[in-house]
Design a protein. Sequence first.
Length: 741
Amino acid sequence: MRNGIRFMCVAVGVISAFIVFQTIIYGETVQTVRRGPSLVFVCREDNDLYHVVAGRMKETARYDTALDAVRSAPAGSGVLILADGYPDEPTPVGQEVYETAAKKNLRLYVEYPSSLPGIAVGKPRDTSLERGVVTAGAFGAGVSAMDILYLHGCRFLEMEAPHPLIVIAKVAGFDRAVFGLEGTTVYPVLFELPGKNVLVSTTKLSACITARYAPSEKWETIWTWILRWLRPENSIPPVEWTPAVRPSFTGESRLPAEIEVQALRRGIDWFFNARLLIHPSWENLYTVDARTWSDRIGPMPGAERPVGDGSLGVLEGFCSSIWRDGTQPVRWWRRNDCNAETAGAMALAGLALDESRYRGTAEHICDWLCLKSIMSQGSRADSGNPSYGLFGWNDVENYWRDLDGYGVYYGDDNARSLLGIIAASAVLKTDRWDEAVTRCLMANLRTTGTLGFRKNRIDEDELVKNGWQSYFADQTISYSPHYQAYLWACYLWAYRHTGYELFLNRAKTAIAMTMKAYPDSWVWTNGIQQERARMILPLAWLVRVDDTPEHRQWLKIMTGELLKYQAPCGAIREEIGSGKGQYGPPASNADYGKGEASLIQQNGDPLADMLYTTNFAFLGLHEAAEATGDTLYRETENRLADFLCRIQVRSEAHPELDGAWFRAFDFERWEHWGSNSDAGWGVWSTETGWTQGWITSVLALRRLKTSLWELSGSSKIGRNFDRLRTIMIPGDVLITIPKEK
């Protein structure tokens, strides 16, 4: 009995001594070890990862310094030392931190560290075109080797590491590095220190929400793995978060009854919330500051700046780059197409929603573009100049290779400008811009050849040198609906209001030749789907002016070709064409990011494009449904409207993006995603014209239960026509021009 008591006393003494030892050395007790936190964070309270994990797990603790954390952490626990000083200062982690962690058998995750045991830490480096690439199958289901990850605005520390789990590299591919890591420089991002319980990130992976890392699901899986690596014996719940910028609805959720009205209002309010309408108080940012920015890409107008009323025009939109704070730079350009398309959308929305602010903004933009801007003035207002009546591409001097942006003329851009102004004129019931519309129609017609095709681009210098007559008389052929089709639609509309046969004949000739040449001789841009989408509007309006079985069949054929690739959710999948094309996917890792490019890498990638295809398909299908009464077009249009309402951007953190439509959407992943190889107009780009303008315009037309053709039926442009025709295409010129085939 006495021996037993003596043994118990000795045991108690040993335990007490051990507790004292622990307290002296580590500042903790056995009770703390047993009941302490599973995960210990070293970070500010606003760190993305800490906010997510602490909200789901009670067994966490947070410290301000790494040394305090490892001293206080229970033996055997996991410690995350996160990069509060990123990107300016590496995370201070001294040798004592690593030594203390090793003695206590702690597992460490350190990111952007100032030092590492046994490995030299190099200088910081910013990514440009590089993306993350998974190089190991360690993360489990859903994340595989060669999967691509986006780490927006990434700055990382150069170092060498064996067997990294994730690397940074410039690679081609939609969601996988299709050429592997061949021919590209590779930098480690995530790796284990050999022989130590230390997991290292060379950048700040914990900025996953703020910096909008993508795809979200893969990053959630990776972070779940990291936390479970830190505490392998514990049951760590899956990491999940709500992205700061995301689609408005899931693919399965029930939509509100008035969803299209809501989407329309949010889509128009986006122009104001993003402060893309220039205000006189900060016009100097456009005229002075933006000249110093590469390609005029710079910070968005700050939230403290007032919003313009349209009298100084509208900026182009947001660039596809995402900075580390989650914001995106703006393309500080005023383009003719973006301004006119915005005006048309504003006017239509103003009528559909009975909003005077929208209508007033549309009026101001049209006044600025048609009556004041250099894009319509200067040589373009001189009846003796060959460029008389054209709209210049933008209003910037010496924008590229010493060319003036207002001396560059794309027929496609002019056509969409015309359609926007036509819509605004119809809604506002004004003829104030009729002369500008008529002049632009004639200016494009007289630079269109006898077969109804126009050079895709004409510059001022060559136009002055050659004279408009040379273009009017040539036999140019361009089987590229991207550049040609909307001019044909405008010519058909002009024929309706003027009766001038040349508009009809040249449009019909070119449309017939293009349909006969499909698909083998078509020259596609970014992909074949956008060419099909562009053809639908002129084919629908051809039925309006010349309703024949053949013309209806053409419309059905082209629509059918486009809709072969419509997914059940309504999305229209992109397709790379065969034969002749430009701006296709990169053919190697080295080619990634070198110029304009498709956002898919190969056919079958589940991507819808709201810049080049879906937006124009939406308009074309609506006009086709109204022109023919065919339920096929209406049902397809309805599915597309449903899809667009679901994928509209939702963001509380970024009101400047809320209500927008990004260019790309992966309808299987249900996330804004794609290959960001395109120079400037990639996955997360927005356009005030092209994308936002036409999607909102069609939503407004749907609410008004009318079409652009019907709404603009009372146009009076014919009153100016005879006077302008004799100036711009005199009768003696027509005598010398060969007849159309």
